[in-house]
Unconditional design. Structure first.
Length: 522
């Protein structure tokens, strides 16, 4: 019988908050048990630390510069092939439950710095199709709207659009129909009384009135369990993508999970009190100290100690709730007698600073708190050994590994490298280095243009360069794991910097797209 695949993905998770990655807080017993029965990568990093492009990279096995989703606000082309398309073609039931974010979630215009000139056309025409299928406005404007399937390879799609208890899509429709009284009392203006948190003042947290069973996280698990039950009844192999929209801010953990952890009990990251050795970090801290930090958007800012402790407490509460729901899905897999025939993967779309270097949320600083993602792989058939692996891996390596495990051939242009051999305990390091791309819409750090940067990671070093900046970053990942000592201007590191710059050039060359394939010699 073909192997089933169940993928758990969460939104914006600092890997170090999982018990199996070192957290002492006990928020994730079910995820930790999954890791204890399988294989765990300790040095996997994003193709880019931005939600839309890295989610597209996960499903295509391609870098953002290849699949075209350079930053948030650019939909993945409906012409793009994903690994899900290949599973579907091979006869798998394909389902996406929860957050997708392969298309725009809002109709807000882009930031001024990246808007084209008036009347200016793009170099490429959009592939025909509906590119506002995840836009909240589409769902509110068309009460009967449904996703046009297959959607990037998924035959069945039920969406959570956005974050917190105000999430839209199929989830909001269900809440309005099943619990109209609750649906009318979501959002910060209807929040339950809570301690006087700094994050509630900036709109980055509120105590939801939703009971646990009505929260988007529980709904996503419910819909996943329903899909597993239907697949079992049909006797058809499945590729099920269970995508939680949390623990991304704004934090709205329900019920007892709101105050499961107290801010005063949270331990600050080791780098919280380190000096700012890079210009962008200095700029962010200066903005805070001058009272100019922007704290009400999705972007990062330099936080106070109190804000950081609040974010840690509420983020861990959200994570503990996710862990409970992951456990429910795994219990359903057991009850349906599907565990032995199913590969289960747990990962995230990117990390979160969570106080690292005094930062909150996410932004264009490639510290490992943001770029490192958990990857846990449990093979019910025993194809993965219970171990951890320190090989350097990229998000784009997940898709080719899934395909190889299923016996399916990767397509032309897939840039990731399968790590399937490592899952069997064989010494296999598919990468000596990897590339992280980033292009954003925001102008900050004192730069005169939107952030564009490239990072090279090796087993020993991290090198980052910025478009329009005379400075860069260079860290020794072994001697300085917190990346607090920037060696970019260190005279003794000049030769090292030059060598890594050359290596970065080769990584960028390797990321050049090889699709479409030629159809003739000329």
């Amino acid at each position: 019988m073909p192997t089933n695949f169940l993928i758990f993905i969460v939104d914006q998770l600092n890997a170090g908050h999982l018990g199996c990655y070192g957290s002492p807080l006990g928020a994730t017993p079910r995820i930790d048990a999954l890791a204890g029965a399988g294989w765990r990568a300790t040095d996997c990093h994003v193709a880019t630390p931005i939600c839309m492009p890295n989610r597209a990279s996960l499903l295509t096995g391609r870098m953002p510069s290849a699949h075209g989703v350079r930053h948030n606000g650019i939909a993945l082309s409906l012409a793009a092939r994903t690994c899900v398309d290949l599973f579907r073609a091979a006869g798998y039931r394909t389902a996406l439950l929860g957050k997708s974010h392969l298309q725009n979630m809002t109709a807000k215009p882009p930031l001024p710095a990246v808007q084209p000139a008036s009347g200016q056309a793009d170099a490429e025409r959009a592939y025909p199709g509906h590119y506002q299928q995840e836009c909240a406005q589409t769902w509110s404007r068309e009460p009967d709207f449904q996703v046009h399937a297959p959607y990037y390879g998924f035959d069945h799609v039920e969406l959570v659009i956005g974050h917190g208890d105000t999430a839209q899509g199929h989830y909001r429709r269900w809440l309005q129909q099943a619990h109209p009284d609750l649906a009318a009392r979501c959002g910060p203006e209807h929040a339950l009384p809570a301690p006087d948190y700094e994050l509630t003042r900036t709109g980055q947290a509120w105590r939801t009135r939703l009971p646990e069973q009505c929260h988007p996280t529980a709904w996503t698990a419910d819909r996943t369990i329903q899909q597993l039950q239907q697949a079992a009844q049909a006797g058809q192999p499945f590729f099920t993508y269970c995508s939680f929209a949390d623990p991304h801010h704004p934090y709205t953990p329900p019920g007892r999970f709101w105050d499961r952890y107290q801010p005063q009990d949270m331990e600050l990251p080791a780098t919280f009190h380190s000096e700012a050795s890079a210009p962008h970090l200095q700029w962010l801290r200066a903005q805070r100290d001058q009272g100019q930090a922007v704290k009400n958007t999705m972007a990062c800012y330099a936080a106070t100690e109190r804000e950081t402790r609040e974010a840690l407490a509420l983020g861990h509460g959200s994570l503990a709730f996710i862990d409970q729901q992951v456990g429910r899905v795994l219990d359903a897999l057991d009850a349906l007698d599907l565990t032995r025939d199913t590969v289960v993967i747990f990962t995230s779309d990117h990390g979160e600073f969570a106080g690292d270097h005094q930062l909150l949320f996410k932004g264009s600083l490639h510290y490992p708190s943001l770029t490192r993602t958990p990857v846990i792989w449990r093979d019910g058939a025993g194809g993965s050994q219970a171990c951890e692996d320190g090989s350097l891996l990229s998000t784009i390596d997940i898709a080719p590994t899934l395909l190889e495990r299923a016996g399916l051939q990767a397509y032309c242009g897939m840039q990731g490298k399968s790590f399937l051999a490592s899952l069997g305990g064989k010494p296999d390091r598919p990468r000596e280095s990897l590339l992280i791309e980033e292009e954003g819409q925001r102008v900050y750090f004192g730069l005169d243009r939107p952030v564009r940067m490239r990072t090279l990671l090796t087993a020993r070093h991290r090198l980052s360069i910025f478009d329009g900046a005379s400075w860069g970053e260079l860290y020794d990942r072994l001697d300085d794991p917190g990346q607090s000592r920037n060696l970019w201007d260190d005279p003794g590191s000049r030769a090292l910097r030059d060598g890594l710059m050359a290596q970065l050039a080769y990584e960028m060359l390797a990321a050049t797209d090889s699709s479409p394939a030629p159809t003739a010699i000329a």
